[in-house]
Design a binder for this molecule. Sequence first.
Ligand code: CO
Length: 214
Amino acid sequence: MESYLKIFENNKAWVRSKLAADEHFFEKLARDQRPHYLYIGCSDSRVPANVIMGLDEGEVFVHRNVANLVVGADNNINAVIQYAVEFLEIQHIIVCGHYGCGGVKAALHPTDMGQLNSWLQNLRDVYRIHQHELDAISDSHLKFDRLVELNVIEQCVNIAKIDHVQRKWYKTGYPMIHAWVYDLHNGLLKELDVNLEEYFSSIRSIYDLNVGDE
Ligand code: CO
């Protein structure tokens, strides 16, 4: 049997187990979605959003890309964030990086990676913003880990730059933005020790679009 055909077998077994626990499971799920979280994470196959957070179907709206980037010119993530904030009225946006991220690692080394070059530029920009701190770390593993963390923080800042996110803040005080990192070695999620509120206010004069006056 071709290995991908196994997926259909898995799928049927999953349907059977769900229906065994609740015969109306799919009926209820098909009605609507009311997730409380938007998760923005890396595409890495070892970091499956629902699984690591212990959340069920319908509980989390998910966007994943290489190295969990929030890029202003990326229509895809812009649509995801707008839909989550304006239509699903999600109050918590989680940006979750992971130690050992291949995308972050690639950005630490001067390598021509073709199509990936422009995507990885965003990570090199994070390095440039925090060059002083990163260059002071002599241990290459620690520097790698720190760039993973700083990347998460800068992607949170990128969410704060978005006009409709700012508009929602003025109106409701939400969404709250969370900076998390997942550790592949022990399976644990951790919240980064960063005061995002303070960081946002320190750069507010640059990125505030004054949408509150509308
Ligand atoms: Co990754």
